[in-house]
Structure formats: C-alpha cells, structure tokens
Design a protein around this ligand. Structure first.
Ligand code: FES
Length: 489
C-alpha cells in the first residue's frame, strides 16, 4: 500500500521547506493529489532522502536551531502520556491494517484457486490467462521487499510530532516535543492571537474542530460549559495528541496587535562589533510580547538622571519564544544605547518594553521573493524578517545585500553565510564601502536590471541617510513603490 503524506509531513521527511514542495508541484515536477504526495513520488524526486533522510532534515534543522538559539533535538519527544497515546493510535491503525490485509489475502488466494479450478476444466484461453496473471501477481506481492527507511521514518514522525491545521487560513504546522499548540504555532511563524501565554487571559481560546488535545498546564481562565461543549480550548495550555484542526483568527497586520507594556529582564549584553552591542531581553512566562517580525518597541529604564527611553527595532523573531534581541550601535543621541556601551545596564535589570510599533512587516498573503537591503545595524530588523520568513516557510527565495563602512559592520556575516549554505535560494552579498554615497550606488547597481527588483517584496533598513538615499534610487531603478518598505534605525 503506497503511503500518502500531506505537504507538511512530506517536507519534514525530506528536509526541505514546504514552499519548495509547493513550487515543485506548481511546475509539475512533483505529482500531488488533493494535497497529498505519495512516498514513491517523494523517493523519486529526493532519492538521497531514502536512508540519508535524517541528514537532510538535520542540516536545515541545525541551521534553524543555531539561528533561533533552539535545541530542537533535545526537545523532540513529547511527554510519556502523549507518546503512549500516539503509539496506541498507531498500534490500532496497524492492527486494523493487518486485519484488512489478512482478509484481502485470503480472498485473493481463494479467488485464484477458483479461477484455476475453472480454467483447468475448460479450454478457455482468457480464463487460462487470468489464472496465470493472478498467480504471477500473488508472487509479486509476496515477494515485495521490506519497507525502506523513508517509510519507517514517516511512521516515526507520526509518533513524535502531530500536525495542526488552522482554519480558516489553512496554515499547517507540526507540533514537536512538549510544546503547547500556541508555542508550536508561534515557532512556525503563525500570527496567533494571545495574551499571557500562561492560561489566565483567555485570549488564545480556539475551537478544536477535530483531533485530540491534552492539557499540559494548569489554566486559571475557566471556559464556560457551553464553550467546552463546543470544543473550545486554550491553545497556550494544550498540546495536540493526534493531528488536529483548530479554528482561530490570525493577525493580518500591525493594526490587529494591541499595544502592550511588558517588564522584561536583561539576560545578556554581548559585543557584536566594537560599535555594536546585542541587548538580549527576556519577557516573563506569564506576560509575553506579541509583535510582528520587523516591528520596533520603546525601551525604558529608570535612572537617577531621569528615565532612559529609546525606540529600537527588534532583531529577533516572534518565533523565538520569550527572547527579544536588539542590535544597538554607539550613538550619543540614543540614551539607552549609551548606557549599554558605558556598562550602566547589567544582566538581571528590568527594562520596560512598550509596543509594538511600525509597519515594516511581511505581507502575510505574499510568497514573492524577498529583496532585503540593510546598512549597518539596519540588519537587525532585516534579520527578524528573515527568521520569520524561514520559520513560516512563507517565502523560499531571499536576496540579502548588506552595506557597511568596514568589515566590522557585517557583524553577523557567519549567520548570513549559514543561511546561504542551508537554503538553495538564499543569496548573500556583503558590500564594504566607507563612503555611503558610493556604497548605495554599488548596492543599487547590484540589484538594478535584475528580475528580482520587479517581482520581489523589498525591505530597506539602515541609518536615516542610507534610507533617504536608497529608497529614491530603488524607485528610479524600477522598484514597485507599493512593495517597498523602509525603516530608519
Ligand atoms: S494566552 Fe492567555 S490564556 Fe492563553
């Protein structure tokens, strides 16, 4: 029996983004029926995945894990209870299949015997041919080789992860380990509505249309009896035991995300370059910040000389759980960055985070390629966009150009090279030029005339003078105004 896989599972199995399979289906290179792909078809197109299957998957997973600071492997397995339930469901399916197979086998053997009997008594050529064909067919079936590694791996994936389908958007993601449906959805780049993330506000309430969910944490928020009967559950407090379909709305844009104020803790301050610091904040478990990749927030720190307040773009992705990253450059006009460089802010301190702000965000409806132009710490919000696009598998083609005055300015070049190595359609071009004018001219030359300019969603981020020079030059070079977004940092 040929195993059929849905798109998310097939992509997980061969270790490519879902969008890559979608593209192959669109170009007719991969056959799909009703959104399902056969294992044979996958094996034909990805022969290296047959036994080296984990290798390809791990390659991308490793890059992702490094990119988002997550250790996927350690968190792969669900709890024993969930594992037991999934194994039970698989065992039941296997028992049913065995029963059916035994019945079919008996039927075919009996039919073959009857046909042979009939054919033996009459000189009927058609009956003789049918008897011989049935005998050969039975021989072929009984002689079929053992299932390959890919088949076994597909079954294992069914046990260690569950698939969640969201209605009405149709988005799908896989839930691994002990994650709640909310956590797994955010990691997969979905824009779920939620508040506390810890079962007390009720904002993540959603209807479970099919499949089984299981509570993994206590929830203070009480669902009404009617809501329970209608299948509502808190996405932050439940995991999926089987594949599930849930009904909930996702944010379409910045207007759907309310302003929040969260008190976050400074986890670390790191040196990215002599003039650039990484400020790593973490929000409390019970009060996360909901934002879209590419947005900014206002940071505030009480100080004896008056509060230090500064607006800064996030350099991390909403998929990175409670972690908020900022790339701060030395700037006398930016009081909080100055305090960071002066060593006046330390780990463990509390910083208020208010926001999110801005519309420097991805179009959730678009799967167009991304053309990303960064200058200096403008890379921060661009990084946030890239991580979100990778997590959501919304886009599979990226062209990143990063302009800096000196080599130190490409302070996360290794990260960019890792993306480029992990994804077939990720190009990275660093440009070093101490003169902003000629640097912008070189950058525009690199994208001018290429098809990418006309068909991409374009994001430009960097110091104000860079944005002021790059945006008109891009428009003049043919960039469509409606698909160009810019952010001065
Ligand atoms: S996010 Fe508040 S209850 Fe789930």
């Amino acid at each position: 029996m040929v195993q059929q896989l849905n798109l998310a599972r097939a992509a997980q199995l061969v270790g490519v983004p879902r969008s890559t399979l979608q593209r192959l289906i669109g170009t007719g290179q991969l056959a799909a029926f009703d959104g399902f792909i056969s294992l044979d078809e996958l094996r034909r197109l990805f022969p290296q995945a047959a036994l080296d299957d984990a290798g390809a998957y791990e390659k991308v997973a490793k890059i992702r894990a490094e990119a988002f600071g997550r250790r996927v492997r350690e968190r792969m397995l669900p709890s024993q209870e969930v594992l037991a339930q999934r194994l039970f469901a698989q065992g039941q399916e296997l028992a049913d299949l065995r029963r059916f197979l035994a019945a079919y086998h008996a039927l075919v053997v009996e039919s073959e015997r009857r046909v042979r009997e009939l054919a033996g008594g009459r000189p009927d050529a058609a009956l003789q041919a049918l008897a011989e064909e049935m005998q050969r067919g039975l021989g072929r079936v009984l002689g079929t080789e053992q299932a390959e590694g890919l088949d076994a791996m597909a079954n294992v994936l069914d046990v260690i992860s569950a698939q969640v389908t969201v209605r009405p958007s149709g988005r799908q993601f896989l839930l691994e380990g002990n994650d709640s449906i909310l956590q797994a959805g955010l990691k997969a780049g979905l824009r779920f509505g939620y508040g506390c993330g810890s079962g007390s506000c009720g904002l993540c309430k959603a209807r479970v249309i099919s499949g089984d969910v299981r509570a993994i944490q206590h929830a203070d928020y009480a669902l009404s009896e009617l809501e329970k009967q209608q299948g509502y559950a808190l996405l932050c407090a439940n995991t999926a035991v089987t594949d599930v379909v849930v009904e909930t709305l996702e944010a379409r844009g910045p207007a759907d995300i309310p302003e929040q104020t969260v008190l976050a803790t400074v986890r670390a301050i790191g040196e990215l370059a002599p003039d650039v610091r990484l400020l790593h904040l973490q929000t409390p478990r019970s009060s996360r910040l909901r934002f879209l990749a590419g947005q900014s927030v206002t940071l505030g720190l009480p100080s004896a000389d008056g509060d230090l307040v500064q607006t800064a773009p996030l350099a991390s992705c909403p998929c990175d759980e409670r972690n908020l990253h900022f790339h701060l450059r030395r700037d006398r006009q930016a009081p909080l960055a100055e305090a960071v460089f002066a060593g006046r802010i330390r780990s463990g301190e509390t910083v208020s985070v208010r926001g999110p702000l801005g519309d420097f965000v991805l179009d959730p409806q678009s799967d167009r390629p991304l053309l990303l132009l960064a200058c200096e710490t403008g890379f921060g919000p661009i990084k946030s966009l890239i991580e979100h696009a990778i997590a959501s598998e919304q886009v599979d083609s990226f062209a990143l150009h990063w302009l800096a005055a000196d080599a130190d300015g490409h302070y996360l070049a290794n990260q960019c090279r890792a993306w480029s190595a992990a994804f077939d359609q990720f190009s990275y071009l660093p440009i070093t030029d101490p003169d902003l004018g000629s640097g912008v001219a070189r950058l525009i030359d690199a994208v001018r005339g290429g098809a990418a300019l006309a068909r991409s969603d374009i994001f430009v981020a960097g110091p104000p003078e860079f944005v002021e020079a790059a945006v008109p030059a891009l428009l003049e070079a043919g960039a469509p105004r409606e698909r160009l977004r810019s952010l001065a940092v």
